[in-house]
Write a protein of this length. Sequence first.
Length: 154
Amino acid sequence: MVRHATIKDIQTIYRLLQFFGNRGEMIPRPLSALYDHVRDFVVYISPETGLVAGCCALQFCWEDLAEIRSLAVDVAHQGKGVGRMLVETLVEEARSFGITQLFTLTYQPVFFGKLDFNRIDRADLPLKIWSDCVHCVKFPDCDEIAMMRELSYA
């Protein structure tokens, strides 16, 4: 089950992001920033344990642009469609706000490619999105892949 995150989920979200951040797979985020942005997050609740086993956030950047960020799925739940559920939930949320373009910065281009994201040049993204990058251990030598998904409205 995917639902919006609550304050009580933040410690688990923090541990997930720290785990993957410590492996160099994403930018770790300070605990205070997670509390500030709790409304950005959705979480996957494991039916077996009832605990948070994945998270993902949607951050609005401009009137028509948003970022899918902080996607993390517990290792025991990977390969089971959890990441897809989290991202697609946020794609629908972005649509409900009239967003026409979603981007992500990732080390998992194959995964996002299956979700209709296409590689783009990082230079095509607005400078505003790089404000979090100064906290990354790889700054300024970013090696994440920028990808974009155009949202259509039928």
